[in-house]
Write a protein that binds this ligand. Structure first.
Ligand SMILES: Nc1ncnc2c1ncn2[C@@H]1O[C@H](COP(=O)(O)OP(=O)(O)OP(=O)(O)O)[C@@H](O)[C@H]1O
Ligand SMILES: [Mg+2]
Length: 364
């Protein structure tokens, strides 16, 4: 299963606090790995390490049982027929073998949850690990000894904050999960704002209680990101002490929090040259259909730049945008936004400058 949702909307929190305990309660062994946990670490190594740790933990349980039965000679790892240290590396056991051992020893299905899975594409070893997981899924789920009458013995959940990059794992025929589909990770709903609102109102003096519908609306303003809602509500509850501006309502505070979130986009945007801005607008407007050098695109850049634009200059602009980590190059020369949230900011910026003083053309 592939699930995508924007940054800071509570994906990891849901996985760690809701999904993993639920899996354990259903007697499955969860293996969780966040590929952003060490940005410099190799994603392939992180995935192998997570499986290794789960096996190690399972091994301790096995060891405990052996000791309990009065056998003392058994050493950790001896319950495995392979060297745990070499799992997933050439010459060692494969991930499929490791996961099969985990299923056999755990007695239940194993679910591997990879958070920010798109990060795996960053290295060859990461890509290999994805192929290894895919191959493990196929061999394990076809093995009746492992599935033991269940629909599957190995489940894979991949989440990410970058839909296009995540989709790279499923769209190409040469990609490991070709044929799967990326779905929307559900955002926190009204039940969340209502529970949170009731909790907060319980702490507030009666004259400062907040209408639940207003909390819901404020949550929408901050793109359903709990952190910014909490900040706005806290400022509201404390009367925004020390603030240098007056805020009339929770909604104004939510808008102010959103501005903070957007400030980094604003700074980056103003550091771009006009052609880079034009190219970025075009990427946002066209999405999947974006072709950097087709006639329509060149015409669009020219209308902003006020004259003919050479393909060479476009390439340079694209390279600059990639260096600034605003744009990412996907497979087969496709380009996409590094952080899709910039779309909301630019749309709002464009709307507010319509008829205003800014010269920029609205997004077509
Ligand atoms: N159900 C929730 N209730 C309260 N706070 C939450 C909830 N879910 C997430 N949060 C808060 O929202 C913030 C973002 O959560 P989290 O890191 O899980 O999001 P994410 O989508 O994984 O973000 P990122 O894209 O940065 O990885 C955190 O401060 C977290 O504590
Ligand atoms: Mg996360």
């Amino acid at each position: 299963m592939f699930l995508a949702a924007p940054r800071r909307t509570g994906k990891s929190t849901f996985l760690v606090h809701d999904l993993l305990p639920e899996l354990a309660a259903r007697r499955a062994v969860p293996v969780y790995v966040d590929l952003w946990s060490q940005k410099s670490g190799d994603p392939g190594a992180l995935i192998n390490e997570a499986v290794r740790k789960a096996l190690d933990k399972q091994g301790k349980g096995v060891l405990g049982r052996i000791r309990g039965a009065g056998v003392t000679k058994a050493g950790l790892g001896s319950w495995l027929s392979f060297d745990l240290e070499k799992l997933g590396v050439p010459g060692g056991a494969t991930l499929a073998e490791g996961l099969s051992a985990l299923i056999r020893k755990g007695g239940g299905p194993v679910v591997v949850v990879v958070d920010e899975a798109q990060q795996a594409l960053k290295s060859e070893a990461g890509r290999d690990a994805m192929f290894a997981l895919k191959s493990a899924r196929d061999t394990i789920n076809l093995d009746p000894a492992l599935t033991a009458g269940r629909p599957a013995a190995l489940g894979l959940v991949f989440t990410g904050s970058h839909r296009d990059k995540l989709a790279s794992l499923v769209t190409g025929r040469d990609q490991p999960f070709f044929g799967s589909r990326v779905r929307d990770f559900p955002l926190l709903g009204r039940d969340y704002t209502e529970a949170y609102g009731r909790h907060i109102n319980g702490l507030l003096p009666p004259d400062r209680r907040i209408d639940l519908a207003e909390i819901e609306e404020a949550f929408d303003i901050v793109g359903r990101r709990p952190q910014y809602l909490h900040a706005a509500v806290t400022r509201y509850a404390t009367g925004d002490l020390g603030g240098d501006r007056e805020f009339g309502s929770l909604l104004d505070l939510a808008r102010d929090e959103r501005e903070t979130h957007w400030d980094s986009y604003r700074r980056q945007w103003s550091s771009l040259d006009p052609l880079q801005q034009a190219v970025l607008r075009r990427i946002i407007a066209e999405g999947d259909r974006f072709r950097p050098f087709d006639a329509d695109s060149l015409a669009a850049y020219a209308s902003v730049a006020g004259g003919q634009v050479a393909a060479r200059d476009v390439q340079q602009a694209l390279d600059g945008l990639r260096e600034q980590e605003l744009v990412v190059r996907l497979e087969r020369g496709r380009y996409s936004l590094e952080d899709p949230s910039i779309t909301d900011w630019l749309a709002s910026e464009t709307a507010s400058s319509d008829g205003g003083t800014e010269q920029e053309a609205p997004i077509p």
